[in-house]
Ligand binder design. Structure first.
Ligand SMILES: CC(C)(COP(=O)(O)OP(=O)(O)OC[C@H]1O[C@@H](n2cnc3c(N)ncnc32)[C@H](O)[C@@H]1OP(=O)(O)O)[C@@H](O)C(=O)NCCC(=O)NCCS
Length: 169
């Protein structure tokens, strides 16, 4: 996968060679570590499959996913190390070509950038879980931040990209 500006490529995530540097990078970056909570469950996002974006041969972002028993794909982690340079779109375009749909993702109420980003790619909102992040912070992961950009982080929002031609209702 290459991006319109040409210098951005996506290659498969390889747990054996990528796990250690990515674990360190994610630990100090978006999402406070590779153990992520959603739907009341803690998961290791580095156990899945994924894509690594590289700009001029250096890591520029990561998308990780896993296939669910029902055949859908959960996007478990997405982080463009530098935003607004097409990295997120490059990763998602690559992922959408590779994985079975529907593709779903859980984000949090504060993440207006992600809500914009996913909807521009065609994702639709399908669920709001009030207080799910408060519950996760209390029961599973105390390190989840309290706020971001002046917005209290409290609720989970789930978005889905259905199969082409699927009835949106
Ligand atoms: C949300 C996130 C993944 C989006 O990724 P991104 O790399 O910033 O997104 P892109 O650059 O591909 O696209 C965003 C906008 O940047 C602009 N853009 C895209 N390519 C660009 C380029 N080469 N130069 C300048 N601007 C560009 C466009 O306005 C684009 O929107 P559009 O393509 O829909 O018109 C990223 O902001 C991020 O990692 N956030 C923190 C982690 C996070 O919240 N992850 C999601 C958790 S659920």
């Amino acid at each position: 996968v290459t991006s319109p500006d040409g210098d951005l490529r996506a290659r498969p995530y390889d747990e054996t060679t990528d796990r250690s540097w990515l674990e360190e990078r994610i630990g100090g970056g978006y999402g406070a570590g590779h153990l992520q909570v959603r739907r009341g469950e803690l998961i290791d996002v580095l156990l899945g499959e994924g894509l690594i974006a590289e700009r001029e041969g250096r890591p520029a972002g990561v998308a990780l996913w896993r296939t669910e028993p029902d055949g859908s794909t959960e996007l478990t982690y997405l982080w463009a190390f530098e935003s607004g340079r097409g990295t997120g779109r490059c990763l998602m375009t690559g992922m959408i070509e590779l994985v079975p749909r529907p593709i779903w993702v859980v984000t949090t109420n504060d993440n207006v950038e992600a809500l914009r980003f996913y909807q521009r790619l065609g994702f639709r909102l399908r669920e709001l879980r009030l207080g799910a992040v408060d519950d996760a912070r209390r029961d599973l992961k105390p390190s989840i931040p309290i706020e971001h950009d002046g917005i209290a982080i409290r609720d989970e929002l789930e978005l889905v990209l259905d199969s082409p031609g699927a009835d949106p209702n």
